[in-house]
Design a protein around this ligand. Sequence first.
Ligand SMILES: [Zn+2]
Length: 245
Amino acid sequence: MIKLRRLPPPAYLTAARVDELTEEFKSKSSRVWNHDAIKKQLLDSSNSKCAYCESRLDEESKYMEVEHFEDKDTYPENVVRWENLLPSCKRCNGAKGTHDVRAEPIVNPYVEDPSAHLYLKAFRFRPRSPLGRSTIGVVDLNNSARIVLRRFEVGEAVIAAIAVASDRYEQWRTSGSTRSKNILVGCLEALLLECQPPSEYAATAATVLHDDDDYEDLVGRMQSSGMWSDELAALHASSRALVLL
Ligand SMILES: [Zn+2]
């Protein structure tokens, strides 16, 4: 889970339409939130990922569900209130179900920074606060074997990429060639891009990266060799902001 920034409501959701759709939902239980303009703006605000688990929701919003943070059964007046809608995968939306967030609050990644409430250990989320503990339980962030396995695979790929980059550094140290330097910088860029907000499970990737001593050593060596460009430094800093340690 990473901190998200909410975009303005889609033009479709005028105040008048919100009133009209809310009444339609109350009288006919229609799926009034299920509109492409709403889905597109939600996907654009989350890099096309689930706001809770960071799984990808691409493919023309086929896999996306509009999640009502305050559930629509208990709070029908908020059924299309923009601030109440989140992009979610089927798994997270289903796990949360009709949980009442006013009675037992959970992290809303558009409002709270998840890193204040959650950390990752052995690819499982752990609570840093009561809000974090509720979030893990309500959204069921650890119980699915598939989701923990995906985090493990992402973490393994990061560790493997650090090993490759360290080898590339040694190759550059031996040869001193421009070509080997460019290959090394390219490796680092590719690695850091996997740890940015648009990447799937970016919080996991960034956490594994910044918790790795070999990565830290490599950064130090590249800095002293004058290879740590402003671009790499910027990517390093933006990935650091996603870390759940
Ligand atoms: Zn999800």
